[in-house]
Design a protein around this ligand. Structure first.
Ligand SMILES: CC(=O)SCCNC(=O)CCNC(=O)[C@H](O)C(C)(C)COP(=O)(O)OP(=O)(O)OC[C@H]1O[C@@H](n2cnc3c(N)ncnc32)[C@H](O)[C@@H]1OP(=O)(O)O
Ligand SMILES: O=C([O-])CC(=O)C(=O)O
Length: 387
């Protein structure tokens, strides 16, 4: 039993679970998914392979992978009742709220049961989050009811890009692979706030969808997954690397946070950053790429390192990479959802396999015990204008 003296704000440095899913910043192990180095996975595997690895615990054979890809393809369409609900969500809604809501509605239509188990729901959500988002997007932006199915052999990345553009054109192989690699990088990160939140929810023995809704809501904030969107808003303000340098210097002088920098666990760099940065540069060098955006990003990286010795996390160069493949800024964090559902699912499955209610304690700092004051004898203690 730990004591009040061992309290750690934000649970920093506190171990609260045993997990066999992933290592983050462990000396000598860096970032591994079930023992496999992220660099090797990003260079050689596909998102579907990594999803299988995380959910089922081992790398699939060729035949198993083929079967898994077929399963995901068969789960991409969404029920009519869900489409009806999506059509009622306003165009002004944040796309993360659309996914959180879509997940919740699917949970009412296809609830967890012995015939719809945790593995089936995990795959259903991985396969259909892109469909939910883009069905809503095309409806609210142009009144179009899209067909959420693309070719059976399309990967998750290709399905997403095809539905996003919906112009009948094939997305380039480079764009598809860039998104595929980013999905691999985003898939899992041990007890990041959203996965921890999912485990807390799971620990009450609730249903699978509730845990995923919790995780989406937690990922949405700019200190976590929402940082990729926030980083893009920041970069978009600058017209040149010099302009970016003076803007960042002003922010640092005011002690403002630079989104996409810093990390709770990594102290000397995020191992995913060089990989996504290389992809962002590669996209910038291609026809239609945005070299200026890459150069602005690189200058921001140099200035933040020079001034604060802080390094970019995965969210920073994901912003310029996603922007260059034509993903709208507001969809950056939803793409993170599609990928991280694999990690969340593996945490939900693991938590359930050896469950204990997660219920830590707080150090009480409120008033001493005091007598109840009858309402007629009370004087207002109001401190702020809002009630
Ligand atoms: C995929 C992901 O979710 S990765 C994380 C994405 N989030 C972001 O990029 C948001 C920006 N970054 C941050 O806010 C933080 O670095 C976090 C939330 C990621 C980690 O936070 P913590 O581990 O609590 O670090 P903490 O806030 O204690 O930072 C230590 C110091 O560095 C400063 N610092 C940390 N990150 C930043 C930043 N991005 N910009 C400016 N200063 C920063 C803090 O203000 C703090 O300064 P202080 O000691 O003078 O108070
Ligand atoms: O681990 C964290 O705190 C955040 C992070 O990098 C991730 O979720 O990928």
């Amino acid at each position: 039993m730990s004591s009040a003296e061992e309290y750690s704000k934000g649970l920093a440095g506190i171990y609260v679970a045993k997990s066999s899913i992933c290592t983050v910043g462990v000396k000598g192990a860096g970032l591994n998914y079930r023992g496999y180095d992220i660099k090797e996975l990003a260079a050689n595997s596909t998102f579907e392979e990594v999803a299988f690895l995380l959910i089922y615990g081992y790398l699939p054979t060729e035949e198993e992978l083929l079967g898994y890809c077929r399963t995901l393809s068969s789960l991409r369409d969404i029920p009519g009742a869900l489409k009806d609900c999506l059509e009622r969500i306003p165009a002004s809604a944040h796309p993360m709220d659309v996914l959180r809501t879509g997940c919740s509605i699917l949970g009412t239509l296809e609830p967890e049961s012995p015939t719809n188990n945790q593995f089936q729901i995990a795959n259903r959500l991985i396969a259909s989050f892109g469909s939910m988002l883009l069905y809503w997007h095309h409806w609210v932006s142009s009144g179009k009811r899209i067909n959420c199915l693309t070719l059976a052999e399309d990967s998750t990345a290709k399905h997403f890009l095809k539905l996003l553009r919906y112009d009948g054109q094939e997305p380039s192989a480079l764009h598809v692979r860039a998104v595929d690699v980013s999905l691999i990088l985003y898939a899992e990160h041990d007890l990041a706030a959203s996965s921890f939140a999912a485990r807390v929810t799971t620990s009450t023995l609730t249903d699978f969808y509730s845990s995923i809704c919790t995780a989406i809501g937690t990922l949405r904030g700019p200190l976590h997954g929402g940082a990729n969107e926030a980083a893009m808003h920041l970069l978009a303000q600058y017209s040149s690397p010099d302009d970016a340098e003076s803007g960042i210097m002003k922010m640092l002088a005011k002690k403002e946070l630079i989104m996409g920098f810093g990390h709770r666990v990594y102290r000397n760099g995020d191992p995913r950053n060089p990989i996504i940065k290389e992809w962002s540069k590669r996209l910038a060098n291609e026809q239609g790429g945005n070299m200026k955006l890459f150069e602005i990003s690189e200058r921001v990286e140099q200035v933040v390192f020079r001034e604060k010795k802080m390094f970019p996390n995965l969210d920073f160069y994901s912003a310029s990479a996603y922007s260059q493949v034509g993903i709208p800024t507001l969809f950056f964090t939803p793409v993170f959802v599609i990928s991280r559902t694999t990690g969340w699912a593996s945490h939900i499955i693991e938590q359930r396999s050896d469950n204990k209610l997660i219920r830590p304690s707080a150090i009480y700092t409120g008033p001493e015990s005091r007598p109840y004051v009858p309402i007629k004898e009370r004087k207002s203690e109001k401190k702020s204008a809002s009630l």
